[in-house]
Design a binder for this molecule. Structure first.
Ligand code: PLP
Length: 482
């Protein structure tokens, strides 16, 4: 509390508005249950490790190999963070510099291209210095790097924007091919993926998702990659905490099977907002050249916070947390379906649930807004083969990483599932503004009695599980909001 108070007091000396917003954010988070599947609450040690003078340092390059002087301490911090990451995940190599998950993916793509395409070509040219290759060789190199094939999970089946979506640069770097989940059961069909891989012959086979509620068999995916000679890359941004917490082991742990693994560090892993790349040693040299290849100066203060988070994630308490995240999620999914919501794939193996609200007569956008009014924060999501597109959507995606960090358990999950179902059933489509004889896809109407009851029930749940209980909200409000 004291550290927070000092931090806010110093900030308020220059910018009282920012201090006010931080206190208001705490108040907001205390009064809403956060079920956003990609968010969490990181510890105060993780938060405070970011708020210091390390942000002043330029540290371009890699540990002990910098383009700037005076990096003795940053070297030690980055070296420690990378070692902690390797030991946590059993990886041969870690690059802790990416600023976020999107950064980590771009770095991984380039490191794979560099290792598998550029290096052999330079060897063929008998040259190591890019400035010494001839114009013809440079053009040959650029042509070879462009338009390689990437086979990844389709965005509308739960894949991520950075896996080749047309509105993301990955969609322009590669010749994109995608695999979907099965129309019948919403699950990945490995035989089908194998067939597709045999046709496409991808340079990279990519597994990983933002919205898929089941485990992936990475051993099977690696077999497919090997069969077609592809590099196997996994983006475990969503479930890294379940890997670190040893819930996903054996064939469900991507690290032993993939050549390159990327992740965010702020979702189930509960660290600072940032990214990470793990790889076999084959890719270490290219990844070490991430700055200047794809990144500018690393963020030493965030790398310090990653080191703290990795140590936390190696603890027995974190393993227990990861186990409870999945148990809670399964209880929440069961409660939703017992209370009449349509849960995709019939449940979950991980930290997230997908619900179809189209079958309840709503778009995802309407259900999201209605639940938000009742103090439940989650997000709408496209469902596989969604007729409502990526803006309105037909689905909701929600998860248990954040409420489990607050200490919530099965009773709270049952209660939240029941409240959510009641709100969805108590919500209807408002008439369209332009033509009231039609229904709006955006605006909703909620039964006031349902809203009052749901808000009260959420409040009761939250009273027992305050967000950052170490922080005295009333005191901070008096100090900074006046
Ligand atoms: N990869 C996956 C699978 C994600 O779900 C996300 C974020 O939602 C990202 C990458 C990108 O992470 P960031 O927002 O930190 O760039």
């Amino acid at each position: 509390m004291l550290a927070y108070l000092c931090n806010l007091a110093e900030t308020a000396k220059t910018s009282p508005e920012i201090a006010v917003s931080v206190v208001k954010e705490l108040e907001n988070q205390r009064t809403r249950v956060k079920l956003i599947a990609s968010e969490n609450y990181c510890s105060l040690p993780v938060q405070l490790a970011m708020g210091n003078l390390l942000t002043d340092k330029y540290a371009e390059g890699s540990p002990y190999h910098r383009f700037y002087a005076g990096n003795e301490n940053v070297d030690a911090i980055e070296d420690l963070a990378a070692k902690e990451a390797c030991s946590l995940f059993g990886a041969q190599y870690a690059n802790v510099q990416p600023h976020c998950g999107a950064d980590a993916n771009i770095l991984a793509f380039w490191a794979i291209l560099d290792t598998k395409i550029e290096k052999p070509l330079l060897q063929k040219f008998g040259e190591t210095n890019l400035y010494k290759v001839t114009d013809a060789q440079w053009n040959e190199l650029r042509a070879a790097l462009g338009n390689q094939r990437l086979l990844a999970q389709d965005y509308y089946s739960g894949g991520h924007l950075t896996h080749g979506y047309r509105y993301n640069m990955s969609g322009r770097m590669f010749d994109i091919h995608t695999y979907s989940v099965s129309k019948e059961n919403g699950l990945l069909d490995y035989d089908q993926i194998e067939k597709q891989a045999m046709d496409v012959r991808p340079f990279i086979l990519l597994a990983g998702y933002s919205a898929y509620p089941r485990k992936i068999n990475f051993k099977r995916m690696r077999e497919i990659a090997d069969k077609v000679g592809a590099v196997f890359m996994v983006d475990m941004a969503h479930f890294a905490g379940l890997v670190a917490g040893k819930v996903f082991t054996g064939e469900y742990d991507p690290v032993p099977w993939a050549h390159v693994v990327t992740t965010t560090t702020h979702k189930t892993l509960r660290g600072p907002r940032a990214g990470l790349v793990l790889a076999t040693s084959e890719f270490a040299d290219a990844l070490d050249r991430g700055c200047p290849m794809t990144m500018g100066g690393p963020l030493p203060h965030v790398i310090a916070a990653k080191a703290v988070a990795f140590r936390e994630a190696a603890s027995p308490e974190f393993r227990d947390y990861a186990k409870r995240v999945v148990e809670n999620c399964q209880t929440l999914a069961t409660s939703c379906s017992e209370n009449g919501l349509e849960v995709l794939t019939g449940g979950t193996d991980n930290h997230l649930v997908l619900v179809n609200v189209n079958s309840a007569g709503l778009t995802g956008r309407q259900a999201e807004s209605s639940l938000h009014e009742c103090h439940i924060t989650l997000n709408r999501n496209s469902l596989p083969f969604d007729p409502n597109g990526p803006w309105y959507t037909s689905g909701l995606r929600f998860g248990t990483a954040a409420p489990t960090s607050l200490g919530m358990g099965k009773d709270e999950m049952k209660e939240l599932g029941s409240i959510m179902a009641k709100v969805v059933k108590g919500t209807s489509q408002a008439p369209a503004e332009k033509d009231p004889s039609k229904k709006s896809k955006a605006k909703h109407l909620i039964d006031p009695a349902v809203k009052a009851e749901a808000t009260e029930r959420v409040k009761k749940v939250l009273e027992r599980f305050p967000v950052y209980p170490q922080l005295d909200l009333e005191f901070l409000k008096k100090a900074f909001l006046g």
